[in-house]
Design a protein around this ligand. Structure first.
Ligand code: ADP
Length: 631
């Protein structure tokens, strides 16, 4: 069969047309779909764009509003800043006014207090009957109490004004604690309390810090402990931990067996003007400032203060401070270096916490020590030692047993003793038996409580050395030991003889202060002249040479600063400089610096204590005088 070419061609053409139409249809449909979707997207974009535009417009409006608000705030802040600046200036002015007021108030209060306390002291040194002495003593004590309160208020204000500064010096921790015990011992004795001091082994004795402020913290805590305790003891415990760069952290605990503090009050007692119980406030008195001041001072010394307490059982206040290691002052200690190791000691004391402290001191020195808490146990211990051919070398009595009993036991031991037992006594400073009583009872030495290791061991070394050498020594007292520690051997000279060549000028505008100083100084043997202001002082100093000038600071006509500057100008180029000691009622920070900057050599605050005057005389006039001590 043959194929027709035309029909094949037509069939091809049809086929092509068919595919052409199909493809075109496909593309047209595709184009329509794309167009449709494109149009839809464009519409959507358009709508989105529209809403974005609206959004943007709204935000722009909002931004404008915020900017306006901001502008308003800026204006407000600027005006508040202005107000704050004004308030700051006003507050600074008020703070200055408060400081000035405090400085003035301190001066105004201290000046009459100086008269009251000084004159009362002089009165107490005169013959008085018992009743008069009692009244004068009340005036003195009330005055001292008032002064404590004023000092607290002043200190707190100083701290608040940021004017409290620490004055670090090299100091002896034992002397600081001994001064604390001197202040409170009378009160502890009146209340029948034991005052104890315990040094944990390794506690350094010489440190660099502000001993005055440290003493203030301890005194606040010990004062409270005594105030809130009626039975038992007040114990000061010290421990130390070395830190980097020759620093040392000291830890103090002041433990009492008093009324304790309720648990819910423990957190508040350090707040200013806070007392644990309203009722205790009335019963015990106080300002509620002591602990607040102590907390501030501890913080200044890079430490913390806290308390634990059991109601009805007692409290333990604890604090730590950071100090630097110090060095002992050069001394010529004459206490014999006698080895106490293995020496046998019997402590006779019925108050166990106190006996334990003395016991630890003995153990640290390598001695063999036992405690007898009663007369029977004492006699038993002595008998046992005798039977074992290992007798005690020392018997150390504590007057907690009762003074009479101690003297009686000592006499009893002496009668039976064949080994030369050395007997000594630890006694409350105000209850020391007479020399005759002690000598009769064969007591060879005594020390004041609380007993410090160096004193107790020093006494034992002196007595043991004397016994070994077969020397008889007079009763070894605290005073004997202190002298030996200072390397003094000269015969005693009274202070009166000591200052007899001392010519002193007292410059003060207040007659009562002039009188008081003149009396104190003439009693010490000095020759005294008086001047009522700087001008009078200068004219006297132009004619006479003074060993020392006590200069008040605030005086009419010419004050102490101006007078001192004039003296120093006159002395320019000369070898000799007159010693000028400021004697002032100003106690705010910076006053000491002001005095020293004006050319003064030293500074004593009014109201002063007799010992301060003696110390200053010894310090500045001592070299030319004989070093001496009264008994
Ligand atoms: P105050 O002058 O009242 O003693 P402080 O700040 O020294 O002020 O003490 C605040 C309060 O803390 C005291 O009033 C007392 O309630 C309580 N307190 C302080 N020490 C003791 C303590 N050793 N035993 C019991 N309570 C204490």
């Amino acid at each position: 069969l043959g194929t027709n070419p035309d029909s094949a061609h037509i069939s091809h053409f049809r086929q092509d047309l068919y595919y052409g139409v199909l493809i075109s249809g496909f593309f047209i449909t595709l184009a329509i779909v794309i167009w449709y979707f494109a149009m839809r997207s464009i519409r959507q974009w358009h709508t989105a764009l529209d809403s974005t535009r609206r959004d943007l417009a709204q935000r722009i409006t909002e931004k404008d509003m915020v900017e306006r608000e901001l502008q308003r705030w800026i204006l407000e802040v600027e005006s508040s800043q202005d107000a704050a600046m004004k308030a700051k200036v006003a507050a600074e002015k008020a703070s200055h006014a408060k400081s000035d007021f405090l400085a003035n108030m301190s001066h105004e209060i201290r000046t009459p207090m100086n008269g009251i306390l000084g004159m009362t002291q002089l009165l107490l040194n005169t013959p008085l009957n018992a009743e008069q002495r009692g009244w004068a003593d009340i005036v003195r004590r009330s005055g001292e109490h008032l002064l404590d309160i004023i000092n607290d208020i002043l200190d707190f204000s100083k701290i608040e004004a940021g004017k409290m500064v620490l004055e670090p010096i090299n100091f002896d921790l034992h002397s600081t604690l001994s001064e604390v015990s001197d202040v409170v011992i009378l009160r502890t004795q009146e209340k029948g309390l034991e005052l104890l001091v315990e040094f944990t082994p390794g506690t350094p004795r010489y440190l660099i810090g502000d001993p005055g402020r440290l003493k203030q913290i301890i005194l606040n805590l010990v004062g409270n402990a005594v105030k809130f305790t009626t039975k038992g003891h007040v114990l000061i415990r010290v421990a130390a931990m070395p830190e980097a760069d020759k620093q040392v952290r000291l830890f103090f605990e002041i433990e009492d067996t008093g009324i304790g503090i309720p648990a819910d009050k423990l957190d508040y007692v350090f707040d200013k003007f806070t007392q644990a119980e309203e009722s205790t406030t009335r019963k015990f008195g106080g300002t509620g400032l002591g602990l607040a001041i102590s907390r501030e001072l501890t913080t200044m010394m890079q430490g913390k203060i806290g308390v634990r307490s059991v109601l009805g059982k007692g409290s333990v206040f604890h604090f730590d401070i950071l100090l630097c290691e110090g060095a002992p002052e050069a001394s010529h200690n004459l206490i014999p270096d006698c080895n106490l190791e293995y020496v046998r000691v019997l402590l006779v004391n019925d108050y166990v916490p106190a006996a334990m402290i003395a016991h630890d001191i003995m153990l640290q020195a390598g001695m063999r020590c036992s405690i007898a808490p009663s007369a029977e146990s004492m006699l038993d211990a002595l008998k046992e030692a005798e039977a074992a051919h290992d007798p005690y070398k020392f018997v150390i009595f504590d007057d907690h047993l009762g003074q009479e009993k101690v003297l009686q036991y000592a006499s009893q031991i002496r009668k039976q003793d064949t080994h030369g037992i050395i007997m000594t006594l630890l006694t409350t400073p105000t209850r020391v038996p007479s020399r005759e009583q002690m000598t009769q009872a064969s007591i060879a030495g005594y020390q004041h409580k609380p007993c410090f290791p160096e004193m107790l061991l020093g006494m034992m070394r002196v007595l043991l050395t004397a016994q070994k050498k077969g020397e008889a020594v007079p009763l070894v007292s605290r005073h004997t030991l202190m002298k030996l520690m200072r390397g003094e051997t000269e015969a005693k000279v009274s202070e009166k003889a000591m200052f007899k060549d001392c010519r002193v000028l007292v410059v003060d505008d207040l007659k009562v202060n002039q009188m008081l100083m003149a009396k104190v100084l003439t009693d010490l043997g000095c020759t005294v002249d008086k001047a009522a202001n700087g001008k009078e002082a200068l004219s006297l100093m132009a004619r006479l040479t003074y060993d020392i000038v006590f200069m008040d600071c605030q005086m009419p006509e010419m004050d102490g600063f101006e007078a001192t500057r004039a003296v120093r100008n006159n002395e320019a180029g000369k070898d000799r400089q007159t010693i000028i000691v400021a004697l002032t009622a100003d106690a705010m920070s910076g006053d000491r610096e002001k005095c020293l900057a004006a050319g003064m050599d030293d500074y004593i605050n009014k109201p002063f204590k007799l010992e301060q005057i003696v110390d200053v005389l010894k310090k500045w006039c001592g070299a030319s005088l004989q070093i001496a001590e009264t008994a």
